[in-house]
Design a protein around this ligand. Structure first.
Ligand code: GLN
Length: 611
């Protein structure tokens, strides 16, 4: 096969958008808005489509850099700003969130209170703009411009021609504003608020800007390109809700049915749509339908939604299978601590009481519920439960609540540990602040699962009558490697070893040192360390009294493959190979082969479990 390198390969989404753009360019429906005279100068052929993902990738085709006025799409941004300035209750008291089912310029006010039905129609939007804080008209305008800048990622300006054009012709909006003032909904100077509203509608944007703005809303309010917070996370669902129910005016029901994403259109020809958690879409094409929505814009969003199955209500089932990376107990995978064989056997035989659940990805209500019910099914066989969150990227609020309830449910009868929570500050704080969880420090005691398993194994051994005490002196004949040695051979070996003492932290040997001896641990514990680079090291295993290290050099006299360090004050019996006679060597090598064979078997089980 002839493989060509250096060939530019087009991204499939880019390819799709180019094809769609070409196809929809043939649609000639709709008319360019002219009720604001300046808008009528727009070229009906202008057409751009852009998609921005929550990772900050932007795909675009056509006239995506052509500037046009944002018009009603601005209502979304000022509504968010108004919520931030005044709080939800104050804003709700003046502007409702009911779809009007009427055109954008309808005078849909509640009969007695004069409250506009929603913030997406002009009446509600003018009232919203009236609630933007600032000491002066120019400061309020600056606040709005700054807000839009956070969404688009660059400074924005008002298109003076369009602004003046609407200001001199916007009699209906003036009428609406006067009514709002009469009802006490608009408290400020009507002219000032209207002026601000006209300017906000005349802010110049591009199709790309709309996609990035929509992506901010898809990304919990954070601009995915710049990382700047455009809208407080607390208000994102509120803003999306009014977009969902009212954003496309009297076409909103049809839009939700066909496209299934919260969206907002403007008479400048723009539409932005949001797929929460995933992406934002911006489309620009000036010819509008009878509802004031861009004809090609609607078609483009319908097609993108349909072809990729992006309708909000077309969701993926989420179960434990998506977040439970692996579940095991210590019959299958044990800690990295190497223990004498008889201890290992006790752990393997009783290991089903230590259950480990390694989680991954995004924990949401249904996936977490599913993991918890799987876990509870086996809870009667467990005494120790370890939940490892190291590979999770998100633990949402509902999952946090469910996990707290899990702790409460099992903590009196089981030991439960949460590991790998280092990056989940919010969840950790939530746990530590919960007054009902008195034992939380114990539950969070281990950063990594390996140490948690090791601790549970120690308790298991104790429960089985094996005192886990590294400080007890172990005789040479109790070492697995000495199995089968006759008493004369043992005493011969005894004569050849020398006792060496190590203080906690002492290095016994380093990577690359000559392999000229081995060590029988008689007291204490040692760690086998691999240095990944100058700053990072990894513990391969911990060795306890009764085990040996350095014995691989018996086989090949190779240099050391890792570093060994005393974990505490310890004692060893060092055996130099140059003193060793053939009989004892044979015995030790046979025992070593036996040990390696067992280890291979265990490793195979572990690899099977994890793969
Ligand atoms: N500025 C326009 C108006 O108030 C906005 C309308 C729209 O985009 N639907 O008429």
């Amino acid at each position: 096969m002839d493989i060509k390198t250096n060939m530019a390969i087009k991204n499939p989404l880019q390819y799709f958008l180019e094809k769609l753009h070409h196809e929809l360019l043939q649609i000639k429906d709709g008319v360019v808005a002219s009720y604001i005279p300046e808008l009528s100068h727009a070229n009906p052929e202008w057409f751009g489509i852009a998609i921005a993902t929550v990772d900050g990738h932007v795909y675009q085709v056509g006239d995506t850099r052509q500037s046009f006025t944002i018009q009603s799409i601005s209502k979304v941004l000022t509504y968010g700003l108004s919520l931030e300035h005044n709080g939800i209750d104050a804003v709700r008291s003046k502007i409702d969130v009911e779809p009007s089912g009427e055109t954008f310029n309808s005078i849909s006010l509640e009969p007695n209170s004069g409250r506009p039905l929603n913030p997406m129609i002009n009446a509600g939007a003018i009232a919203t703009t009236g609630m933007v804080h600032g000491n002066s008209h120019s400061m309020r305008l600056q606040v709005i411009l700054d807000t839009f800048e956070r969404y688009t990622g660059h400074p924005v300006t008002v298109d003076e021609a369009v602004y003046l054009s609407e200001k001199t012709t916007g009699h209906r909006n003036r009428g609406i504003a006067c009514l709002l003032q009469d009802f006490g909904i608009l408290e400020d100077n009507v002219d000032d608020t209207l002026d601000l509203y006209f300017r906000q509608c005349s802010i110049s944007v591009s199709c790309r800007d709309l996609a990035v703005t929509a992506a901010c809303l898809a990304n919990n309010g954070v601009n995915p390109v710049t990382g700047v917070v455009a809208l407080d996370k607390r208000h994102v669902d509120k803003v999306l809700s009014v977009m969902g129910s009212c954003g496309m005016y009297d076409y909103s029901g049809n839009w939700l049915y066909n496209v299934g994403m919260p969206a907002k259109s403007g008479v400048g020809g723009g539409i932005m749509a949001v797929l929460p958690g995933q992406l934002g879409i911006g489309v620009f094409s000036p010819p509008l339908d009878e509802h004031g929505n861009s004809c090609r814009g609607i078609k483009a969003c319908e097609r993108i939604s349909k072809e990729f199955g992006l309708h909000l209500y077309d969701t993926v089932r989420s179960t434990s299978a998506s977040v439970l990376r692996v579940e095991y107990d210590t019959t299958q995978i044990r800690s990295r601590k190497q223990r004498p064989e008889h201890e290992e056997e006790i752990i393997i035989n009783n290991g089903s009481c230590i259950g480990v659940y390694e989680l991954q990805g995004e924990l949401k209500f249904s996936s977490t519920e599913s993991v918890i019910s799987d876990l509870l099914e086996k809870v009667s066989t467990r005494k120790y439960i370890i939940l490892d969150f190291r590979r999770t990227v998100e633990i949402d609020r509902s999952s946090q609540l469910l996990l707290v309830e899990l702790i409460k449910a099992v903590k009196d009868s089981h030991m439960i540990f949460f590991t790998g929570l280092n990056a989940h500050y919010a969840f950790k704080r939530f746990l530590t602040k919960n007054k009902a969880l008195k034992d939380i420090d114990t539950i969070l005691k281990f950063q990594d699962t390996d140490h948690a398993i090791e601790w549970c194994e120690d308790r298991l051994l104790e429960a089985e009558g094996v005192a886990v005490n590294d400080d007890k002196l172990i005789d040479l004949d109790q070492h697995d490697l000495c199995a089968g040695l006759s008493s004369s051979e043992l005493s011969l070996l005894q004569e050849q070893v020398t006792e060496v003492q190590f203080n906690s932290g002492d290095i016994v040997f380093r990577y690359g040192d000559p392999g000229d001896s081995m060590y029988f641990i008689t007291k204490g514990a040692f760690e086998v360390i691999l240095h990944l680079d100058s700053k990072h090291e990894r513990r391969l295993t911990t060795l306890s009294a009764g085990t040996t290290f350095g014995e691989l050099a018996l086989l090949n006299q190779n240099r050391r493959a890792a570093e060994v360090r005393a974990q505490k004050d310890s004692l060893c019996l060092q055996l130099k190979f140059d003193k060793l006679g053939p009989i004892i060597t044979t015995r030790l090598v046979a025992n070593l082969a036996n040990k390696l064979a067992k280890k291979l078997e265990w490793d195979a089980v572990e690899i099977m479990k994890l793969s």
